[in-house]
Design a protein around this ligand. Structure first.
Ligand SMILES: NC(=O)c1ccc[n+]([C@@H]2O[C@H](COP(=O)([O-])OP(=O)(O)OC[C@H]3O[C@@H](n4cnc5c(N)ncnc54)[C@H](OP(=O)(O)O)[C@@H]3O)[C@@H](O)[C@H]2O)c1
Length: 284
């Protein structure tokens, strides 16, 4: 298949491009141009330039030679623009795979692919985006917190621990939250499987359903070489530093199943879990 990857320079999009090529597919990339000229994407010859805020540029990039589009780009934050972008994809007659996220489910102690959504403000209207994709015949992939290759949210937590001298976790009070995780290379495999055989449905990219954030904070501290403790960071204080929306997302407690996804796509995540990745893997 020939697949256009939106967000091909990103943490998730780059491994998706690599995996597509490894599976024998052809990749094109939709990329924002640099201020001083065009950008190259490693391993991709067919680069199409545009911004997701420019719906016409995206329309132009979706050419007849494409079979599928993976959207692993950030939303612009403007609801009308983002819904217009998704409408272009949904109406394109290409196989569409949209990368959403489990935060659209809100606080939950046991959600699966059929559970109702309850998006927090940071991902408000993402449920509408998901609906548009599925109604247009596409697939929605919801990753948990993504780790691997020494980057992503765990790298931010590691920098935070190094600065503060101990492991911390954001909490709104009460019991410490649990988070869901997926390794970025297991995620890339799932996204490519969804391109190849996904139905108009939601898929959960979660290999660890509910890891206590205290265990994550301690492992982060070990990886950063600071005091191996997990200290609560009250939501209000974290919000001042990280912004309200992101802090609220980090305080979410979730347990999310991917049982149906594993079965439907034959997905077998095999990379190390978050704690092993932090203490002896890509963050060590
Ligand atoms: N990382 C996680 O833990 C995680 C978990 C669940 C869901 N997600 C979701 O997965 C998606 C991708 O996340 P990520 O972690 O890979 O993010 P990322 O590393 O920030 O990558 C985002 C990609 O989107 C591109 N992009 C951003 N704004 C754009 C615009 N206006 N026009 C064109 N391209 C644009 C970026 O291009 P530039 O190189 O030009 O910036 C980059 O290639 C997001 O929707 C995110 O919410 C992420």
């Amino acid at each position: 298949m020939k697949v256009l990857v939106i967000g091909a320079t990103g943490y998730i999009g780059a491994p998706v491009g690599e995996r597509l090529v490894a599976q024998g597919h052809e990749v094109a990339a939709f990329v924002r141009p640099a201020a001083d000229g065009d950008r190259q994407v490693p391993g991709v010859a067919d680069v199409r330039y545009g911004d997701l805020a420019d719906v016409a540029a995206l329309e132009k990039a979706i050419t007849a030679d494409l079979d599928a589009v993976v959207h692993a780009g950030q939303l612009t934050g403007d609801q009308d623009t983002d819904l217009a972008t998704i409408a272009v994809l949904a109406g394109s007659s290409k196989k569409v795979v949209y990368v959403s996220g489990v935060w659209v489910l809100g606080e939950t102690d046991g959600a699966d692919e059929d559970s109702p959504v309850n998006p927090i403000p940071l991902v408000a209207y993402r449920d509408k985006v998901e609906r548009l994709v599925i109604d247009g015949g596409g697939s929605v992939v919801r990753p948990g917190v993504v780790h691997g290759r020494g980057a992503g949210i765990p790298a931010l937590l590691r920098a935070q621990a190094a600065r503060r001298g101990s492991g911390v976790y954001v909490t709104a009070g009460g019991t410490a939250p649990t988070w869901t995780f997926v390794h970025v290379d297991d995620l890339a495999e799932l996204i490519v499987a969804a391109v190849e055989k996904g139905e108009p449905a939601v898929y959960h990219a979660v290999s660890e359903e509910a890891v206590p954030v205290t265990a994550v904070a301690e492992a982060v501290a070990r990886s950063a070489g600071v005091k191996e403790t997990a200290e609560p960071w009250p939501l209000g204080e974290a919000a001042q530093e990280l912004g309200e929306g992101f802090a609220e997302a980090l305080a979410l407690s979730q347990r999310v199943s991917a049982a149906r996804t594993r079965q439907a796509l034959g997905w077998r995540p095999a990379r190390p879990g978050i704690v092993a990745d932090l203490v002896e893997g890509s963050y060590a």
